[in-house]
Design a protein around this ligand. Sequence first.
Ligand code: GAR
Length: 218
Amino acid sequence: MARRRVAILISGRGSNMTALIEAARAKDYPADIVLVISNIAGAGGLAKAQDAGIETATVESKPFGKDREAFERKLHDVLVAHDIELVCLAGFLRLLTPWFVKQWEGRMLNIHPALLPSYRGLHTHERALADGVKIHGATVHFVVPEMDSGPIVMQGAVAVRDDDTVEILAARVLGVEHQIYPDSLQLVASGRTRLENGLCKTDASGSPDDSLISPAVI
Ligand code: GAR
């Protein structure tokens, strides 16, 4: 099966982008990262993508001001011009209009640093710590018009410790993000996921080390 042509959309440092690029180096990986687009000129991830030999583009959102759809039409044109089949949002900090989401329905993934549907929106780690949750994590999901919603492809969890700071917890969750985003794209790009009644189903099974209990009593 031909590798699916993937574009990654970023706004910042692009560590998830790097994880996807690294995974796609494997010959049997079902996706090829052919393009990285940033909406912010000079975003850190752009240089990393170039170093990895990936074509980059900058489509600045700022000049379009409140006209989000005009920005997205330009973005869409670039994606279409590169024959992109799947889009991965990776720290892309723009809320997308229903028009753009419709163009990429069932073909656009996002990663969010929380176990959705808990902690949609910003400051997820701060809020999880403030609530005293014992398990936190990250989610890869298909993008729908409602923010941080949409069929869940994969989640990864971490135990939260009493002495965690926002930075320490964020770093631990980021490690999980770097595993679940490449794994999710692998499932989706190889056709092992299907959307049924607003849910994402797959033939892949749960983790072999099946339960995470936190705190563990020893
Ligand atoms: C990641 O933690 C990602 O989950 C988050 O931004 C960070 C980007 O880091 N995304 C969101 O909060 C979207 N709601 P990265 O640029 O190093 O991949």
